[in-house]
Ligand binder design. Structure first.
Ligand SMILES: [Zn+2]
Length: 439
C-alpha cells in the first residue's frame, strides 16, 4: 500500500524533535518499506494507492490508563449516593464490576476496540476488574483475544483488591501471574493493583513475590482521593509511595495512576525508582477529587496520559492537561515544554513494553494514524506543537494502520464488522442494565 501526499511526522528520539515533511509512504509486510519525498514521481504503479491530500500522519496514540470493563456503564440506572469518591465507587463501579461475567467482559472489549480505533489508539494499557466468582480466571485472555483479533497491542492487568474477600484476591493475583506467563510480542502484562486503601499488607506481600519473580511493573491507582492518603497514613503510618516501596513494588515499568494528592516525599521515592505517573484529567474533574499541582512534580518523573475508562480519546486527556496546566498559572512556554516532555516520556515508556514502537522511519513497524487535518499554515518541527494542540487534537482520525493493516480509512472501519460487534455489545449491555435494575 502506498500512502501519497502526507505530512509525515517522523520522530527523532535522540534530539526529542518531531520533523514533519511532505511525502509518500510505502508499506509492505507490516513494515514501512520506503519513504519518498513529495518530489519523487517514480512510484510503483501496481500498489494500492491512497491519496491523503496533505493530511497529517503520525505515530499511533497510546492510552496509558484504560478500564475496558467500564465500557457498558453508559446510562446504567444507579441507585445510591454519589456525593463523594467512595460513594461513587460503591454505588457504581464496585457494583458494575461484580455484575460482569466473561461474556460482558468480551462485549466491553469489543466496544473498547471500536472506540479506540476511532481515536487512533492502537496501544492500550488496561486495568481490568471483573471480581465475581467465575469471572476472574480467563478474563485477561478474553480481552487479549479481542484486542488481538482487531490488531491492537495491549498491556493488561487485573486489579487485585481485598474488597471482595481473600479468595477473590488470591484468584486475581493468579490471573495476573497466569497472563504474565503467556506474554507475547503483542500482549504484555503488568501486576494490577486497585489502590492502596483496598490492599492489605498480606496481599501486597504475595503480590511482591510475583512481581519480583516475573519482573513485572505494577499498575495501580494512587492518591486519587484524599481518602487513600488518609487511610494509608492512619493504618500504616506512612505515605503511599513509601508503603509501595516497602514491598519493593516500584520500578521503571510501573504505572502510578492519578497521584492527585501525592506530596514531595512521595515524588522523591517515585523518582528514585523510575516509576511513571499517568494523569486522567477528565476523570479527576468528573469525580471532583481535585487536581494535582502539576508544576510541583519533579521533571525526572515520566508523565503519561490516560482516560480512566471515561472515554477512549486519550488526545482529549492530553489537551485537558495542557489547558489545566495553563489554568494553574503556567506560561505558554512552560505549557508547551510540558506537553513536549509528556510526548517523549510516553514514547520512552511504551518502548519499555514494545521496543519496536515505530518512530516513522524506513524499516519501522508500519503502525501509524492519519488525522483529518490539513494544516492551514506551514507545518514544521518548530510549530508542530501548535498544530498538535489546536488543530490535530480537535480533528477526527481519518485512517489507522497497524502492523501494515488498514483498520480505519476515511473514518470508516475497514477490517472489523462493526454491525455484528454492535449487536453483541447491545445484547450484553442490556443484560448488565437488567442486573442494575433488579438490584
Ligand atoms: Zn482508573
Amino acid at each position: 500500500m502506498l500512502f501519497k501526499n502526507a505530512l509525515i511526522c517522523t520522530i527523532d528520539a535522540e534530539a526529542q524533535t518531531v520533523e514533519p515533511f511532505s511525502g509518500h509512504l510505502l508499506i509492505n509486510n507490516g513494515r514501512i518499506e520506503r519513504i519518498f519525498s513529495s518530489q519523487e514521481t517514480d512510484l510503483s504503479p501496481d500498489e494500492t494507492v491512497w491519496d491523503l491530500q496533505g493530511r497529517v500522519l503520525t505515530v499511533p496514540n497510546v492510552n496509558f490508563h484504560e478500564h475496558i470493563y467500564s465500557r457498558l456503564a453508559k446510562g446504567l440506572p444507579t441507585n445510591g449516593p454519589m456525593d463523594n469518591f467512595v460513594h461513587i465507587l460503591q454505588t457504581l463501579w464496585w457494583k458494575l464490576d461484580r455484575f460482569l461475567d466473561l461474556d460482558m467482559v468480551q462485549a466491553s472489549a469489543e466496544l473498547a476496540i471500536l472506540e479506540a480505533i476511532r481515536h487512533g489508539v492502537t496501544y492500550l494499557f488496561d486495568h481490568h476488574a471483573s471480581p465475581a466468582p467465575g469471572a476472574v480466571k480467563g478474563s485477561l485472555q478474553r480481552i487479549a483475544g479481542t484486542l488481538q483479533k482487531a490488531g491492537l497491542r495491549g498491556v493488561l492487568a487485573f486489579e487485585v483488591s481485598d474488597r471482595n474477600g481473600p479468595e477473590i484476591a488470591r484468584e486475581s493475583i493468579a490471573e495476573n501471574a497466569d497472563f504474565a506467563a503467556g506474554q507475547t510480542s503483542e500482549m504484555k502484562a503488568m501486576m494490577g493493583l486497585h489502590a492502596p486503601f483496598t490492599l492489605s499488607d498480606a496481599t501486597l506481600r504475595r503480590v511482591a513475590e510475583i512481581v519480583r519473580s516475573l519482573k513485572l511493573g505494577i499498575h495501580i491507582h494512587v492518591a486519587e482521593d484524599r481518602a487513600d492518603v488518609e487511610q494509608t497514613r492512619k493504618e500504616h503510618d506512612m505515605g503511599i509511595a513509601q508503603r509501595l516501596q516497602s514491598f519493593n513494588l516500584l520500578n521503571e515499568h510501573s504505572l502510578l495512576i492519578h497521584g492527585v494528592h501525592l506530596g514531595d516525599e512521595d515524588y522523591r521515592i517515585i523518582r528514585e525508582h523510575g516509576a511513571a505517573l499517568a494523569y486522567n484529567p477528565d476523570s479527576n474533574l468528573n469525580n471532583a477529587v481535585g487536581l494535582p499541582h502539576y508544576a510541583a512534580v519533579p521533571e525526572e518523573i515520566p508523565i503519561l496520559a490516560g482516560t480512566d475508562g471515561m472515554h477512549a480519546n486519550v488526545l482529549r486527556s492530553l489537551k485537558q492537561l495542557f489547558l489545566l496546566y495553563r489554568h494553574q498559572g503556567n506560561s505558554f512556554d512552560k505549557a508547551f515544554a510540558w506537553l513536549h516532555k509528556i510526548f517523549f516520556d510516553q514514547i520512552r515508556f511504551v518502548q519499555h513494553y514494545f521496543p519496536d514502537f515505530p518512530l516513522l522511519h524506513q524499516d519501522d513497524r508500519a503502525d501509524f494514524i492519519v488525522w483529518d487535518y490539513v494544516p492551514p499554515t506551514p507545518f514544521t518541527g518548530k510549530n508542530f506543537w501548535g498544530h498538535y494542540i489546536y488543530g490535530m487534537m480537535e480533528a477526527p482520525i481519518y485512517s489507522v494502520v497497524q502492523h501494515g493493516e488498514l483498520l480505519l480509512h476515511k473514518r470508516n472501519f475497514t477490517s472489523l464488522d462493526e454491525k455484528a460487534l454492535q449487536k453483541n455489545i447491545t445484547r450484553q449491555g442490556k443484560r448488565l442494565f437488567e442486573r442494575f435494575k433488579a438490584e
